[in-house]
Design a protein around this ligand. Sequence first.
Ligand code: DHB
Length: 313
Amino acid sequence: MPGAVADLSVRCGPLALRNPFLLASGIWGESGDSLAGAWNAGAGGVVTKSIGSVPRPGYPNPTIEAYERWGMLNAMGLPNPGIDEYPKEIEIARRAGATVIGSVFGGDAEEFARLGARMASTGVAALELNLSCPHAEGFGTEVGSDPRNVEAIVRAVVRAAPLPVIAKITPNTADPAGLALAAERGGAAAVSAINTLRALAIDVRLRRPVLAHGLGGLSGAAIKPVGLASVWQIYEKVSIPIIGIGGIMSADDAIEYLMAGARAVEVGTAVAFEGIGVFGRLVRDLDRRLDELGFARVEDAIGVAHAAGRATG
Ligand code: DHB
């Protein structure tokens, strides 16, 4: 890149990324062309939308409520074409040269293992397990908030699929680091944290929830401090790489996540608000900001805030 001064490449366990900015699951990942578009716009990798065993239409509208300055509330209901239909989209993204991470959701270890094996056969570079959707009955947080379940699901997928497994951890729990530890015990190559926070908005005129589903998930700038706290706590407990997620709108947001211990970040709401052009902006700004802050490489910033420790009484 012209004018580049910092080395933005980063290793995330077995994954070698050209930069730390990944397209988050569920945003801009409907088709192979949209995934390829995010890659061509500069993303360091792309995570597919979460794919299940059978097609799902998702919840009725309204599914999204945007709050310009601080975030977004959504409950899509895991709409997806199912694992038999989706691989052709992955093929399109792979032909564009993208590093693709396949996201899957299941109701138990057996279903996750089957989906993981199928997803692995599409040629994705890694799997991300959705253990954290905050509102889908029988999936996500419902299966991902018990550490024994997390360990069993990760172990089953690791056995079934010859690929790095990334466990996406919920923030809707007292102990995200405990869930990350369980994923590590199960053989996960990395954890990603966080997913959306369970949240609600009420339309006072209509006297009912704004979203058709009622409860939704909150993302965007408002949840950055929550994501950072989870990454911080996970970093102190586990040794596998962490992918930070939650409210990354600027290069400095990403640097905060790196300093808290993340090796890469996923960007979702900023893509929803700004489009895939956000990746070009983030990459350019990260390059400049790392230089200004005295880092020659992304790798040099990872976890540095922990060295400062914390004040004790
Ligand atoms: C949905 C929301 C999530 O946060 C998630 O992890 C998966 C799916 C959804 O509403 O479709």
